[in-house]
Design a protein around this ligand. Structure first.
Ligand code: CA
Length: 364
């Protein structure tokens, strides 16, 4: 044993003795006094890749950045309340925060859909542009405040897949009578094509596919869909996810709790959400590629692309669904108009930047 190692062992032993004398364990961080304990309910299974790890990461960062003054305990789907009751739980104060997808609250207001994803809507970059610079966050604040909530973007899956089907979808007739899980306004588009769309929490999809209660489902993309095992219950995996081209997930906090935080604590929570939004988006982009290869080579999944005829019909039905949604109430109309203006702005720029670049990268 070198002298150096003996010295290091001695030093560690000394530290352990010191903390034991103070009644602390060596592993426990030195947190400041006055810990505020908050409860966060989520719509996800415990530590599910990306979706379930995001709230854990946010809680960890907030704990560290506040030196332990804010300690958020995460409850997986169903642990404290059922997943779709998360919003009400935070609105009424049963829980302090939620982590989920805003379109799960569309029963409260159709406008919530726009803060997750709408059919033929925004990519992740476009959504962030609208939320941060196109007036999206201000509209979101107004909407959530009606329910005593403040919400922030805190994850993004990027472009999703079109879903898993137990048969090939070759013509529009193949949608007729199809029992498919598709939440948000995408479900309404499916209904226009004659499908029977349902919205199920993630944890209920696999058993529903297995029992035959549903014939098809969308979920997220290869990384999450591989983890969910959908290749065991469906052979055909369609792209693109016209209904969720960049699904934003969110963290909401009860407004009374928010108002009771110090300015510094509020900023820490906001920035922790923003950091996780960026981190998840990069993780999905990285891991989806490898997971898709695994699905194809190891599980013989058949990847298909919706035909141009089907995409045209989906686009037409989507336009109708969005216009009908906007006509439901003046606030949803206001959100839709703001969303649409920002999307058109992004598309004009995209047509001269990202689109020609990525196309030419493949061509040259
Ligand atoms: Ca989805």
């Amino acid at each position: 044993m070198t002298k150096n190692k003996i010295g290091r062992r001695h030093l560690l032993g000394g530290l352990a003795t010191g903390t034991a004398a103070l009644g602390m364990t060596a592993a426990a961080p030195a947190y400041a006094k006055g810990t505020r304990r908050l409860k966060m309910v989520t719509t996800w299974a415990k530590n599910f890749p990306g979706l379930g790890t995001a709230p854990e990461n946010i809680a960890k960062r907030v704990r560290e950045m506040t030196d332990g003054q804010i300690d958020i305990k995460i409850y997986a789907a169903g642990e404290l309340v059922s997943p779709f009751d998360s919003f009400d739980a935070v609105s009424t104060g049963t829980a302090d925060l939620y982590n989920g997808a805003e379109y799960y609250w569309q029963g409260k207001s159709t406008a919530f859909n726009f803060f997750t994803a709408v059919p033929f809507g925004m990519t992740a970059q476009e959504l962030t542009a609208w939320i941060n610079f196109g007036g999206g966050q201000e509209l979101w604040d107004t909407l959530s405040a009606k329910f005593n909530i403040r919400a922030f973007q805190s994850a993004n899956t990027g472009v999703q897949m079109g879903g898993w089907f137990n048969k090939e979808i070759n013509t529009l007739d193949d949608f007729k009578g199809l029992k498919i899980r598709m939440p948000g306004l995408g479900g309404e588009v499916m209904r226009k094509l004659g499908a029977a769309a349902v919205s199920l929490p993630g944890v209920e999809i696999f058993p529903s596919m297995k029992s035959g209660a549903i014939d098809a489902t969308e979920w997220v993309g290869p990384w999450n869909d591989l983890a969910s095992g959908f290749y065991q219950v469906a052979d055909y995996y369609y792209c693109p996810g016209f209904h969720e081209p960049g699904a934003g997930l969110s963290t909401g906090i009860n407004l009374d709790i928010w108002d009771s935080l110090t300015k510094s604590q509020q900023e820490i929570l906001r920035i922790a959400c923003q950091a996780e939004n960026e981190r998840t988006f990069s993780e999905y982009n990285y891991r989806n590629a490898a997971a898709l290869a695994t699905l194809i080579t190891r599980h013989n999944v058949q990847v298909r692309r919706f035909s141009p005829e089907i995409m045209r019909a989906l686009k037409k039905a989507s336009d109708d669904v969005l216009n009908e949604a906007a006509a439901r109430d003046p606030f949803t109309k206001k959100v839709y108009e703001s969303f649409k203006a920002s999307l058109e702005n992004s598309m004009r720029w995209g047509a001269q930047s990202e689109e020609p670049y990525t196309l030419s990268r493949r061509e040259v």
